[in-house]
Design a protein around this ligand. Structure first.
Ligand SMILES: [Zn+2]
Length: 57
């Protein structure tokens, strides 16, 4: 099954992969916001924290 969920930032339809898991990160192709799958039943999205990729260099 595949579903789309409205982007929390711009309301565009974001496709949820059939094998998606909670906390998986997706990116909205309309506004380029990084999104995290919050729940799967029903599927909902939340904006991912922006500082998460701040691993040391
Ligand atoms: Zn968006």
């Amino acid at each position: 099954m595949s579903a789309t969920v409205p982007c929390p930032a711009c309301d565009a339809a974001v496709p949820i992969p059939a094998d998606a898991v909670v906390a998986e990160l997706l990116r909205c192709r309309e506004c380029n916001t990084e999104l995290e799958i919050a729940t799967l039943d029903p599927p909902t999205l939340a904006e991912a924290p922006t500082e998460e990729e701040d691993w040391g260099q």
